[in-house]
Design a protein around this ligand. Sequence first.
Ligand code: PGA
Length: 246
Amino acid sequence: MKYVFGNWKMYLDFDESNILINGLLQEKFDSEKVGLAVFPSTLALREVTMSAKDTEFAVGAQNVAWVPKGAYTGAVSAQMFSDVGCHYALVGHSERRHVFGETNDDVRKKIEACLETNLIPVVCIGETEDDLEAGKREYRLKKQLMKAFENLELNGGKVVVAYEPVWAIGTGKACDPATAQEVHAFLKTELKQYFDADITVLYGGSVKAENVVSYVALGAIDGVLVGGASARLDSFTELIRAVEGV
Ligand code: PGA
């Protein structure tokens, strides 16, 4: 089975998010072939989790705070997301790291907060264009993995990793599939240092219906994390149908 996760970012308001989840639910995708999750805005999240309850769609938060409760203006905790029916949370998405200044240490605390509340963190990592040009892709990825996972106790929980090269996100410049497969194989080897279990690794960055099969057909790529193409019913449906057909 391959995974398709849709990160709706701040693309959709409350009504648009509800219209999209209800449209997707009408499609009746095959949960034996594709593992589905959507990540709506925090505002729409509770309504979307209620619509998606007991369906083929899991729901996740786009970001979490690492403390459960308290004087943290503007923050929403992993515990609070879990309480309203979320299964996942994106942690360390490139936009959080690069626009909002989130550090590897923040990412680590958020991963721990997720694991304490039974949320599965989808830990996003990826090199920048500068890293790539300087031949530092592996260095960057190794460091992000180490900071995220060294001595981490899963305590029966689970983590997912998303490899999202920063230069490929929202640019239309997707990583070529053979390279993505090599990077995934490298990540899976690295992940063995930290975990006994096999870790699911998704590819993200300019994935759309037209190119998704070239990624999910490859053994080391367990699925995709999709931004722009997941925020419209037609493009997301077409993309999921393509993965169902693999
Ligand atoms: P994109 O975004 O598909 O629009 O490139 C991917 C992501 O940010 O997860």
